[in-house]
Design a protein around this ligand. Structure first.
Ligand SMILES: [Zn+2]
Length: 201
């Protein structure tokens, strides 16, 4: 664990009137904070109360909350990719020391952020970032590539079918024409052939 957890989810502490709705990580001011998933950033500044400078990262199903920041990097409404630096940790708002308050909301309710602790602990580890950015590239490419390849394959199959069909029709017509011609030649010369047959034998 790189950053010491100083308060857990649902912790009851004397200075708070409610159970803790996130996890607190003791963190030096100015630690880069990264987007946990692709999403849209909303900025909130509560001044000296609440979580001070706060980032709400809205993803498809969840909202990730980063509190007590010293500086915003992402702009309000900005689309970010997983691993992008969105701000720097700090000690703003109602805080007893430099730390990151990290919360997760789903369906309007705060949920346990435990599954994301590993991300927070490793978010500035270069190999972790590389893997994360690579993974998000692969996912993006796969999605787009899949649709592209599928549509290309389908149109190619369609074209090939049309080609085969046209070619077969041509062969069939060609074959019919040859047979017709052969029949015409045969009937036109049948008497001659008949005569010749009897003359020879
Ligand atoms: Zn907190």
């Amino acid at each position: 664990m790189k950053y010491k957890i100083t308060s857990n989810f649902l912790a009851k502490e004397s200075f708070r009137s409610h159970a803790h709705n996130g996890i607190d990580f003791s963190m030096p001011i100015g630690t880069p904070l990264r987007a946990i998933q692709d999403g849209v950033v909303k900025l909130a500044d509560y001044g000296d109360i609440n979580a001070g400078k706060t980032i709400l990262l809205h993803t498809e199903s969840k909202t990730f909350i980063y509190g007590h920041l010293s500086k915003f990097i992402a702009k309000n409404g900005q689309h970010v990719k997983a691993g992008d630096i969105i701000g720097y940790s700090g000690n703003t708002g109602f805080s007893t020391g430099a730390h990151l308050h990290f919360g997760v909301k789903e369906g309007g309710r705060y949920i346990d952020p435990s599954p994301y602790v590993d991300f927070i602990q490793n978010m500035n580890n270069p190999s972790f970032i590389a893997k994360l950015q690579h993974a998000s590239d692969i996912v993006t490419l796969n999605g787009l590539e899949f649709v592209k390849i599928l549509s290309e394959t389908l149109s190619s199959i369609k074209l090939q079918f049309i080609n085969i069909f046209i070619r077969d029709v041509d062969y069939y017509t060609f074959f019919l024409q040859i047979m017709k011609k052969a029949f015409q030649i045969l009937t036109a010369h049948s008497c001659f052939l008949y005569d010749m047959f009897w003359r020879i034998f």
